[in-house]
Design a protein around this ligand. Structure first.
Ligand code: FEO
Length: 391
């Protein structure tokens, strides 16, 4: 028999910890694994499972539910989000809990049909503001589209003021149960926000406003720890969704033979001498999750990469494309480059910066290795950038 993880009377964590998962979205490293949090709400008249788990963990979920109630008698499964890490176990659960109705948004039903081929008659669409009385436990449903898929919704347990927001307010870590047990939770939550929520910042602002309106006393997301005091995560999300930046510069670069690196190093020295906070990533070794976290509130980007085969170095092109897709609130960009006999990288960077809605403050493209004149040019541009960032 599994242990029971009671959050408040009648509400249980029945999720799983995935310590072995090393990467998410085939893109972002997971140094601490992740969790797929599911919750069981037991009322006097009915029992509801809020979200499920990643495929492969169905039996673990079933065991956790069994420690509290007979899972075959489940009345409802709430699908807040259709992505497989939360809804992928639905077919398994639905086949074994014969009377369970799946509650989801209209868009959620459409996606559940395509992704899981669930029986239509088992699904029941809920609308924004609908509620479900389980007997002393009332669940309310609120549509919050695009955090981060179109079908997403919040479930709110009104008697206990617990918000189940699925991905929103999440963090990739298998550590801890409550946020106080994860010392680096701000960094993890920020990295998660950068990768998952930042591209939909406006939708995230609306979802945050809804969360604040509900005044939850507990936030129970579907990744990472639970927040028995939600104040920190609500405060961070206020800043991150608004696109507020810090006076700091993210430096990301690739260098083949050291010429671009030399330009980057000159920029870093000048920025630091002027008092700007600088974080440097050599993209050959960089953790993309850490880079995502920095993008959330960096005011400027210094991007360094050479031309190779007539174009921006492929690794730099990949990262630049990722940055563009994540829509960070960067205000200024400085591009530093070098080439052997012909340039080409600059045009790609100019196009990318234009789509970022940031200002390209300067561009230095050196044939061969930088000499004193070019070094001076980088120093001047970096001092100018530092002034913009600090003031
Ligand atoms: Fe954790 Fe969007 O799935």
């Amino acid at each position: 028999m599994s242990a029971r993880y009671e959050i408040v009377p009648g509400v249980y964590w029945v999720g799983v910890k995935d310590w072995e998962r090393k990467i998410f979205d085939a893109l972002i490293p997971l140094p601490q694994g992740t969790s797929y949090n599911a919750y069981l709400v037991v009322g006097e008249k009915g029992t509801a499972l809020v979200d499920t788990v990643n495929p492969g963990f169905e039996e673990d979920l079933w065991r956790k539910i069994s420690a509290v109630a007979d899972p075959t008698t489940l009345d409802y499964v709430i699908m807040n989000h259709a992505e497989p890490d939360h809804a992928g176990a639905l077919p398994w659960i639905v086949a074994r809990a014969p009377k369970a109705k799946i509650l989801l948004t209209e868009k959620g039903r459409e996606m559940a049909l395509k992704l899981y081929h669930l029986p239509l008659e088992r699904m029941e669409v809920v609308r924004d503001g609908d509620s479900l009385d389980l007997g002393g436990k009332t669940l309310q449903f609120f549509e919050v589209p695009f955090v981060h898929w179109p079908e997403t919704m919040f479930t709110f347990l009104s008697e206990d003021r617990i918000l189940f927001p699925c991905d929103f307010f999440g963090a990739h870590t298998a550590k801890g149960f409550y946020a106080s047990g994860v010392p680096d939770i701000e960094k993890l939550a920020k990295s998660y926000f950068g990768e998952i929520m930042m591209p939909y910042r406006r939708a995230a602002q609306r979802a945050l406003a809804k969360a604040l309106e509900l005044k939850p006393t507990i936030i129970a997301p579907s990744h990472g720890p639970i927040w028995p005091d939600p104040t920190p995560i609500l405060t961070w999300y206020g800043k991150w969704t608004a696109g507020d930046t810090e006076p700091k510069v993210l430096v990301a670069y690739v260098s083949m033979w050291g010429a671009t690196e030399k330009l980057v190093q000159t920029a870093v020295n000048s920025l630091q001498a002027a008092g700007a906070e600088v974080t440097v990533y050599d993209l050959v070794r960089a953790d993309l999750g850490a880079l995502c976290a920095e993008l959330v509130d960096s005011h400027a980007l210094v991007f360094g990469a050479p031309t190779v085969l007539g174009k921006l170095h492929p690794l730099a092109a990949f990262v630049l494309d990722l940055i563009r897709a994540l829509k960070p609130p960067l205000r200024f960009v400085l591009f530093l480059s070098s080439h052997g006999w012909a340039g080409g990288a600059a045009r790609q960077v100019q196009e990318a910066v234009a789509s970022l809605d940031a200002e390209l403050l300067g561009l230095v493209d050196v044939p061969g290795c930088p000499g004193p004149q070019e070094e001076e040019q980088v120093r001047t541009l970096s001092q100018n950038l530092a002034q913009k960032v600090l003031h």
